[in-house]
Design a protein around this ligand. Structure first.
Ligand SMILES: NC(=O)c1ccc[n+]([C@@H]2O[C@H](COP(=O)([O-])OP(=O)(O)OC[C@H]3O[C@@H](n4cnc5c(N)ncnc54)[C@H](OP(=O)(O)O)[C@@H]3O)[C@@H](O)[C@H]2O)c1
Length: 250
């Protein structure tokens, strides 16, 4: 039976998830904002595996026509079985200089887009056969419960995302399962100094980055399991055990 996944945010970690889903047999719809080159490479993987593929360009800041976006995917791929939301800015926004724009910049793609895309996707998933008609996986952050300093707007938006996962898991039961991967250090943020990243990893109990294979395997598990919903699962090399201290990042 053919299965289709919709995925947002494929520049780095999302690319591995997208290719993992293709290898697992999913047809794929990718929502991207600027990563055209990466999308082209994922398209090549889809072609080589004989999977259907569609890419939709959208800036998931406020004002997106979520219904039209999902309808376009359905008209090209026939339906949606899985929705994986990774799209997320990660920009410093220290409390001392915080602006409403900082909050908007993060809330739109991280929380609002997740909520409204999920509502549209749910409407489509209800047409699927079986008791479990679809699964949704959001990408949160291990540090939502113990945020480090300097990323105020990001953490408030990721916190809203974690809450949205629980709200939707209850509302969408029993037909659609909604879970969250609260990721820890996996790939160094592009604008972060190497030295700081090394300190982050050194302070992580497992002393290594989260392997990308773990990320892909956890997503696939959550897209195939029948008995789990409303969970926020930390995948963080144990970083939550060490905590984030009183400083910024390390
Ligand atoms: N990397 C880590 O170690 C780590 C740690 C904790 C949590 N996470 C979470 O894991 C997920 C993936 O992380 P990552 O490091 O791969 O992220 P990343 O490299 O920063 O990529 C972010 C993605 O979000 C998309 N995006 C950002 N703003 C957008 C907007 N307004 N509209 C549409 N798309 C937008 C980007 O799309 P375009 O490239 O197309 O512009 C990009 O694909 C994220 O949710 C992140 O918060 C990652």
């Amino acid at each position: 039976m053919e299965r289709t996944a919709l995925i947002t945010g494929v520049r780095r970690v999302g690319r591995f998830v997208a290719e993992g889903l293709l290898r697992r047999g999913y047809n794929l719809a990718v929502v991207y904002r600027s990563s055209e080159e990466v999308v082209g490479e994922i398209r090549n993987t889809a072609d080589s595996l004989g999977r259907k593929f569609v890419a939709v360009r959208a800036d998931l800041s406020r004002g997106v026509r979520y219904g039209e976006l999902v309808d376009r995917v359905v008209s090209e791929l026939g339906g949606i079985d899985a929705f994986v939301h990774l799209a997320s800015p990660y920009r410093r926004s220290p409390l001392e200089t915080l602006t409403p724009e900082d909050l908007d910049y993060h809330m739109g793609p991280i929380a609002e887009a997740f909520l409204f895309l999920s509502l549209e996707v749910y409407r489509v998933m209800l047409r699927n056969e079986g008791t479990v008609k679809g699964r949704i996986v959001a990408f949160g952050d291990w540090a939502v419960e113990t945020p480090y300093r300097g990323y105020t707007a990001y953490f408030i938006a990721k916190g809203a995302l974690h809450t949205a996962v629980k709200v939707l898991a209850k509302e969408f039961a029993p037909h659609v399962l909604v879970n969250c991967v609260a990721l820890g250090p996996t790939l160094k943020p592009e604008d972060l100094e190497e030295g700081i990243w090394h300190r982050v990893i050194k302070n992580t109990p497992l002393k290594r980055e989260v392997p990308l294979e773990d990320v892909v395997n956890l997503v696939i598990f959550l897209l195939e399991a029948e008995g789990i919903t409303g969970e926020i699962i930390r995948l963080d090399s144990g970083r939550h055990i060490a905590g984030s201290g009183t400083g910024s990042l390390v």
